[in-house]
Design a protein around this ligand. Structure first.
Ligand code: ZN
Ligand code: ZN
Length: 349
């Protein structure tokens, strides 16, 4: 039992015998009929509800075969060729699909006069079903072909090469052409594995980029994995976590239009998990200059609202502070000297 959607109605389709299908209209309680016979060509191809179409429907098509193919994220994104070993129904080579032994011929079915259908009156509906005598073919075979026993087709092991187009999504089905002599349709449903690196949103791709604290603050260059290979990117200085970098056209090929989607990089700043003595001393020295209203571990707030560190027993930190203090003094001296020079120049003019 499968469910199909057609003209905004959901039908439950059930195969009963041969190629007759029972269609149940779901969610349509106002309709009197719940079951209707329909004629079908193939299995998934277009069908009609035509009660008055007199032509027989046995065109020799077999039920479509459906296979599932597992793909990695990258195979689905970039496309891939897959080889499938399948048992497929093909036209019988001996009778060329005529069902009769070569040199003999079939005759018109006397029960249905070749239409392949028989009618039964049932309440308000004229029910039509396959002719029970000829099985819907409209013809009676006198000398059945030896190879196919009068079926006109035989099962054959075949290797089918299927080229999966770039951009297929999990659960999508593709109709595969099996050539002119095919008496069957092949549908390939793809199952796409999730990627550890990439997330997909239609034809766009998203991934995370972990960057260090200095890289975030100072900016720089970095190589990140893209779906077609590594991509060199610029990290702007002052980058924040969750900042987004858009790489136009680096996404997945669009299935229903031209071009490619975009690749979005989500920045994640990763501070070092374990600090070395040097890193700790440098960060504490920086923390002393921090002006965010927060209390950083190892730093105390003085009464005038400044950050201060007790550097007793912290040799490296006290050294850094000494250097920084010396730098501050030199800077203020030179700037006061500069301003004195400026004043002197101005007074001369
Ligand atoms: Zn045959
Ligand atoms: Zn018949």
């Amino acid at each position: 039992v499968i469910q199909i959607k057609r003209q905004n109605m959901t039908h439950m389709v059930q195969q009963v015998h041969n190629q007759d299908l029972v269609v149940t209209f779901l969610g349509q309680p106002q309709r009197n009929c719940s079951v209707i016979y329909l004629r079908i060509k193939g299995f998934f191809s277009d069908f009609d509800f035509g009660m008055d179409n007199e032509s027989g429907f046995d065109d020799g098509m077999e039920r479509a075969q459906e296979v599932t193919v597992n793909l990695t994220f990258n195979q689905a994104a970039c496309g891939v060729n897959k080889e499938l070993d399948l048992n497929l129904m093909v036209e019988c080579g001996r009778c060329k699909g005529s069902k009769s032994e070569p040199g003999t011929s079939s005759s018109v079915c006397p029960s249905c006069q070749g239409s392949g259908m028989q009618s039964v009156n049932s309440g308000p509906f004229l029910m039509r079903s396959t002719c029970s005598r000829c099985g819907g073919s409209g013809r009676i075979i006198k000398n059945a072909c030896h190879d196919c026993k009068g079926r006109g087709k035989v099962s054959q092991r075949k290797t089918i090469r299927v080229s999966i187009p770039a951009g297929v999504e999990d659960g999508q089905s593709l109709r595969v052409s099996l050539g002119e002599r095919a008496v069957q349709e092949l549908w390939v449903t793809v199952r796409v594995e999730k990627s550890k690196t990439f997330r997909r949103d239609g034809s766009d791709v998203h991934s995370d980029v972990n960057i260090s604290l200095p890289l975030a603050a100072l900016g720089g260059k970095l190589s990140v994995p893209g779906i077609y290979g590594d991509i060199a990117i610029d990290i702007p200085k002052g980058s924040c976590s969750h900042d987004r970098i858009r790489l136009p056209g680096k996404g997945i090929a669009r299935m229903n239009s031209f071009g490619y989607g975009d690749h979005y990089l989500n920045i994640r700043i990763q501070p070092p998990k374990r600090l070395t003595d040097v890193q700790r001393a440098l960060l504490l020295a920086m923390a002393e200059m921090d002006d965010l209203p927060a209390v950083i571990n190892g730093v105390t707030m003085t009464t005038d609202g400044k950050q201060a560190i007790d550097d007793t027993d912290q040799f490296l930190l006290s050294q850094i502070r000494t250097v920084l203090k010396r730098y501050e003094i030199t800077k203020s001296k030179s700037s006061s000297a500069e301003s004195a020079e400026e004043t002197r120049k101005k007074s001369k003019m």
